[in-house]
Design a protein around this ligand. Structure first.
Ligand SMILES: [Zn+2]
Length: 179
């Protein structure tokens, strides 16, 4: 037997609303509880995406009704996770969002991301940016690496997900060089 504090999974896909055939807040959190996880951060890549205070309130309400562990909702950085227009970050934070992310999509416009970081700082919320530049992905069939070289495939440069925390986004906005 292993005795440990409750684990926190900061990146889960609960698929509700919109894809309840795949997962729900009830089934996802039941699995989490079975694995010793006591709190999860729900990603906003639902259908529709969680990009408003109403969406955050929906997740919290469904969690209160059905969840087996604590659910902390995150909201999208941009409307519909489409990378074009900022979502209502302040409203979502006030409704209970603990982070903003376009989970699975990067924000393709640096100016838009900068504004998102400024809002996030204002509302003291974490930005989780999916680090993938689509311009580096075009026509690629696999990740760069020794295998790609050996079979003569053009590999896609791909980085792991970067979680830009509070300290780091302060660096970005204020131009400080240390965390
Ligand atoms: Zn994800």
């Amino acid at each position: 037997m292993i005795m440990a504090p409750g684990l926190v999974d900061i990146h889960v896909h609960l698929r509700e609303p919109g894809q309840e055939g795949a997962e729900t807040i009830e089934t996802g959190t039941r699995s989490a509880a079975a694995g010793g996880i006591t709190s999860v951060v729900a990603m906003p890549n639902t259908q529709p995406a969680i990009d408003s205070a109403t969406g955050i309130r929906f997740v919290l309400r469904r969690a209160a009704e059905t969840a087996h562990v604590r659910v902390w909702p995150s909201g999208s950085i941009t409307m519909g996770r489409a990378g074009e227009k900022l979502a209502e970050i302040g409203g979502m934070v006030k409704a209970g969002a603990v982070a903003v992310t376009d989970d699975g999509n990067s924000v393709p416009d640096a100016q838009l991301l900068r504004r998102a970081l400024e809002y996030a700082k204002m509302f003291d919320v974490t930005v989780v940016e999916h680090s993938e530049d689509k311009s580096l992905m075009a026509d690629r069939v696999m990740n760069e690496g020794p295998l790609a070289t050996r079979i003569w495939a053009i590999g896609a440069f791909r980085a792991n997900r970067i979680h830009r925390g509070r300290a780091q986004h302060r660096v970005g906005v204020d131009g400080r060089t240390s965390i």
